[in-house]
Write a protein that binds this ligand. Structure first.
Ligand SMILES: *Cc1c(COP(=O)(O)O)cnc(C)c1O
Length: 286
């Protein structure tokens, strides 16, 4: 399939922008909007299509090469890659952390296998040391899609926002690809809410790219990556009730929790408009 055709027929692009209303925002005299990238597609949710797009373009130029990438057993990135590989008939290989696992360990892995992704399960140590079992020619996407190629996919988000000029853009941070990509293509201050303890790695990425001007917030990591806390679970539920927008505790729950808290603490000047990127993350096995 052609990328443009895929984008116009299968994906919901450009994704809509929606204003959120809350008494807190009124009191603080700020306006909050959400870029609904979660609506792009139920499987390639949120930023995952944006980060994969340029790799798909590359793979179409080198049709004999498989795309190889890495992730945990619940990786949104690998799940999205397996799906687009299937749609574009590009061979994909997923290298998964956890030698004890197999394709039946969870419904996502099973689905990825059924989409035709070749799955390799490696020990946590090999994973940490980035020892790949694949030694044939391939297109390699680093873990989570972080790379200059991944970043360049964010240009399309910037184009969709060409007529929208918020005072700030705020987004959840995993590898930082999304935040750094927005920073690269838009002249608007970016705030990144970290979701795991990887500030050093993010700063290193930022330095490699000669990027500056993104504010990294570490106040809402809340312990370990993907560790659910009652506060966050509760917040996600009440957010959904108020706004009819689903969020999850790993990424976007922390983003909106952090945004609400920062607004309540008066971190944004009066009159500010804030655009939050809903990076998706709600995935259901088929
Ligand atoms: C993957 C993911 C992120 C992390 O994005 P980065 O570009 O790696 O910082 C954020 N939110 C959601 C929902 C994700 O699935």
């Amino acid at each position: 399939m052609d990328i443009h055709l895929f984008e116009s027929k299968i994906l919901h692009l450009p994704s809509p922008i929606q204003e959120l209303n809350h008494s807190l925002f009124k009191e603080a005299n700020v306006r909050v909007y959400v870029k609904r990238d979660d609506l792009i597609h139920p499987i390639i949710s949120g930023n995952k299509w944006r980060k994969l797009r340029e790799y798909i373009r590359l793979a179409k130029e080198f049709p004999q090469l498989p795309i190889v990438s890495f992730g945990g057993a619940y990786s949104n990135h690998l799940y999205a890659l397996a799906y687009v590989g299937h749609e574009f008939k590009i061979p994909t290989i997923g290298i998964i952390r956890g030698k004890e696992l197999d394709k039946s360990s969870n419904p996502y892995l099973e689905q990825m296998f059924n989409w035709g992704m070749e799955l390799h399960f490696i020990s946590r140590q090999d994973y940490r040391e980035k020892i790949s079992p694949i030694n044939k020619d391939s297109i390699l996407i680093p873990e989570g899609g972080y790379s200059e190629i991944g970043i360049n996919g964010l240009e399309n988000l910037a184009l969709e926002l060409a007529n929208f000029n918020p005072s700030y853009i705020i987004t959840a941070v995993g590898t930082g690809t999304t935040a750094l990509g927005i920073n690269k293509f838009m002249h608007i201050p970016v705030i990144g809410i970290l979701t795991l303890n990887n500030l050093a790695e993010i700063k290193q990425h930022e330095a490699e790219l000669n990027s500056s001007g993104t504010t990294w917030i570490t106040d809402y990591i809340m312990g370990k990556y993907a560790k659910e806390t009652p506060i966050l679970t509760q917040f996600c539920q009440s957010f959904e009730q108020q706004h009819h927008i689903k969020i999850e505790p790993i990424y976007t729950g922390k983003l909106f929790y952090g945004l609400y808290d920062m607004i309540a603490r008066g971190k944004f000047p009066k009159g500010s408009t804030i655009l939050a990127i809903h990076t998706g993350g709600i995935k259901l096995p088929n």
